[in-house]
Ligand binder design. Structure first.
Ligand code: SF4
Length: 468
């Protein structure tokens, strides 16, 4: 039995940042190569600090859905996953035994040599006649430009390695790498010296968040995604390499390389015990937070507890876990819910869930609460006190270490006051959880990144650079 965890950056402000991760997870589930595929985010729910506990197996592979190595993949993600590693990740990844689980953390998918074929697939979307192999006697008349959308050194981002592979195909007259400037740049100096009649630009990015076919041409000094330059080549931009459907195969290859013939895992016992307890709870009508779960004719009906008694015909019916997840990610006013346990679950819907999908459906509404509530009841959920969480923050987040008790208390009151969870990390007590008959009671073992971000905002440096 094997679990795959896909990790994305996410955003506290918008659900859009998570969309490519969810889309890829669905593609990978359809390929059935893993017993389960889970998502986790640094700045969204499900969060990194919880995700490993939600894996059903003892064999977990974590793939960062990042296009290139850097601060997040080398520092933030290993730290938040508690891997005890900081710095560049070797090609074979990192393996750690964590409790009953073996966790394999890989390099970001964008570094894998198989990305060569993904880039070629992007090129063929705009040049369908590109041959599979170089044509004998005909010199290629296409130049390929790989753009590091995040900017920075293409060598450091691994882009030059892909460029080398693509030169070796012989399909292109020239292959070049370019770092995109931050803002819009005049002219197109990056095109100088290219002699091919066609130039294809492939944005090397994990998502299209940088508007790779609209804003990116402007950043590179061109008016649009297809530009015929007077007396020069025709330049065409493709969509981002990292959003191509074939990335699913690359992720599987990355995961296979990290596993390299190791024995598969088993069902994780504590995890299964937690879900047995949950199934017992929902064998009758049960309230979990703002959610009401009712067994009905061989399925479960989920709805907001305040909609109890509303005729089903007056509610929007949802029949897939993806639909339920997307519904639960925004509140009644359509605003993103970065913490799913905020008391803002939208009303006016009912979801019909097959028993085989119960776990995923509840995880989509309230990620990790079953596993954590069960662990709390078994006295195995260890709270991480605020000073420990604060001490491990880096970069611009390191200033949260300066938060005094008054600031922390104020932010905790304001942020956690909206949340169903009880902040055990702040010293609060939770005698019983929803698994033990208190519907709204859920433990929080460690400050979430949303709270940390709010503490950081409270400590903005003043004009003189001093943190109040
Ligand atoms: Fe909720 Fe506060 Fe815990 Fe965040 S830190 S999950 S807001 S209780």
């Amino acid at each position: 039995m094997r679990s795959l965890v896909l990790v994305g950056h996410g955003s506290h402000r918008s659900g859009d940042a998570a969309a490519p991760v969810y889309a890829l997870a669905e593609r990978l589930r359809a390929l059935n190569a893993f017993d389960e595929v889970l998502e986790a985010f640094w700045k969204d729910d499900p969060s990194l600090r919880q995700v490993l506990r939600t894996a059903a197996s003892t064999d977990v592979t974590v793939v960062p859905l990042f296009i290139a190595p850097g601060y997040f993949t080398d520092v933030v993600l290993p730290r938040e996953l508690n891997l005890g590693h900081q710095g560049p990740v070797p090609p074979e990844g990192i393996a750690r035994v964590m409790g009953a689980r073996t966790v394999r953390y890989t390099r970001p998918f964008g570094t894998h040599p198989a990305m060569r074929d993904v880039i070629l697939a992007r090129v063929r979307e705009v040049l369908p006649d590109l041959p599979a192999v170089p044509e004998v006697g005909a010199a290629p008349d296409v130049a390929l430009v790989l753009v590091s959308v995040a900017g920075g050194d293409p060598h450091a981002h691994g882009l030059e390695a892909h460029a080398g592979q693509l030169r070796d195909t012989g399909l292109f007259r020239e292959v070049r790498t370019v770092a995109a400037p931050e803002g819009e740049a005049p002219g197109g100096a990056w095109l100088e010296g290219l002699t091919a009649a066609q130039v294809v630009v492939v944005p090397f990015s994990a998502s299209d968040a940088a508007h790779t076919r609209t804003a990116l041409p402007a950043r590179l000094g061109l008016p649009g995604p297809v530009t015929a330059l007077p007396g020069g080549p025709t330049v065409q931009f493709t969509a981002a390499a990292g959003t191509h459907p074939d990335v699913a195969q690359v992720v599987l290859q990355v995961a296979a390389d990290a596993h390299s013939g190791a024995r598969e895992g088993d069902a994780e016992r504590a995890h299964h015990a937690a879900w047995d307890a949950l199934r017992t709870l929902v064998s009758g009508e049960a309230r979990i937070g703002e959610l009401l779960i009712t067994p009905q004719h061989g399925v479960y009906e989920f709805r907001h507890a305040l909609d109890q008694g509303t005729p089903g015909s007056e509610l929007t019916t949802i029949v897939t876990t993806e639909g339920l997840r997307d519904h639960a990610r925004t509140d009644d006013r359509g605003r993103h819910r970065p913490v799913r346990t905020f008391r803002t679950l939208p009303r006016g819907w009912r979801a019909v869930i097959h028993p085989a999908e119960l776990r995923r459906a509840l995880h989509d509404v309230y990620p990790a609460v079953t596993e954590e509530a069960y662990a709390h009841g078994c006295y195995t959920l260890r709270a991480t006190p605020w000073p420990t969480t604060a001490r491990r923050q880096t970069g611009s987040y390191a200033r949260v270490q300066k938060a005094g008790p008054d600031v922390l208390a104020r932010v905790t009151r304001d942020v956690c006051g909206q949340c169903l969870r009880t902040p055990l990390w702040a010293g609060e007590k939770l005698p019983r959880t929803f698994l033990e008959g208190v519907p709204g009671a859920m433990p929080c073992a460690e400050a979430c990144t949303y709270l940390i971000a709010h503490v950081r905002e409270e400590l903005r440096p003043d004009a003189a650079g001093h943190v109040q």
